[in-house]
Design a protein around this ligand. Structure first.
Ligand SMILES: [Zn+2]
Length: 250
């Protein structure tokens, strides 16, 4: 069996960056403990996946309905269930994805389990335990997740403005994958994290490893590789700036 890993299909959520083809939009593939999970399948994730892997997918997880996270959701449900021929796998989505038919109604019966994300709740997909976070502040219904494998606790801090209560949701994570589009966030009503917020996570949670991803123009101009190395120096932990199609071995 191949080693456990996380494949980062894309590392932006920002339309300008995507349309200019500077980076691909979202999408993570977790191949861990003999369990295969697709998380936030944005634009192009499906195409990349089927050209790279033949693995059977066990679960599909959506943090929120924005298109850079949800574009390929439905086609992945088709793939996981072999076009509805095999009732298998789990789809875990916020209620808004059902209400707004981001998950097409005809697909709701295809997976073995369709689960709705509630805050601070536990779910199991094959060998993996998943705990949802407190609701994020992102303008629409959105959650992050803690992914518990045999050897790791991985926090997936999806899009959100920073607020201190967030830190409780990601306690004890040794790996944090963080959506950090901004170097310094200066919007009146922020919806995303920046580097100062990332430092609050590092100080409170003390992870061994942090992966920065989901970049927009602001952080790309500031050079996320450089920002990551500065954080490594300051806190003595491994901080990585994600690249498209990066494989993080676990
Ligand atoms: Zn979003």
């Amino acid at each position: 069996m191949a080693k456990d890993f996380i494949h980062f299909f894309g590392t932006t959520g920002n339309k300008d960056i995507f349309f200019k083809k500077i980076r691909s939009a979202g999408g993570l593939y977790f191949h861990v403990d003999d369990t295969n999970l697709i998380i936030d399948p944005g634009v192009y994730t499906f195409y990349k996946y089927i050209h790279t892997y033949q693995d059977k997918i066990d679960g599909i997880i959506l943090s929120h309905i924005h298109i850079d996270h949800s574009n390929d959701l439905n086609i992945f449900v088709e793939l996981m269930t072999n076009g509805g021929e095999e009732k298998r796998g789990t789809v875990l989505v916020p209620n808004q994805a059902i209400e707004e038919k981001v998950l097409y109604s005809y697909l709701k019966d295809f997976p073995e389990h369709l689960e709705i994300v509630k805050p601070n709740s536990k779910y199991a997909i094959k060998n993996i335990e998943i705990t949802s976070s407190i609701e994020h502040k992102h303008g629409i219904e959105n959650y992050g997740f803690k992914i518990k494998t045999k050897n790791h606790l991985i926090g997936l801090v999806t899009d959100t403005a920073y607020f201190p209560e967030l830190l409780v949701s990601y306690q004890n994570c040794e790996i944090l994958i963080m959506n950090v589009p901004y170097h310094i966030q200066d919007k009146q009503k922020p919806k995303h994290l920046d580097i100062p917020a990332t430092q609050e996570f590092i100080k409170a949670i003390k992870p061994k490893k942090v992966v920065l991803t989901h970049f927009n123009e602001d952080i790309l101009k500031a050079n996320p590789v450089l920002l990551a190395s500065k954080l490594t120096e300051k806190y003595g932990i491994e901080v990585i700036s994600a690249e498209d199609d990066m494989i993080l071995e676990l």
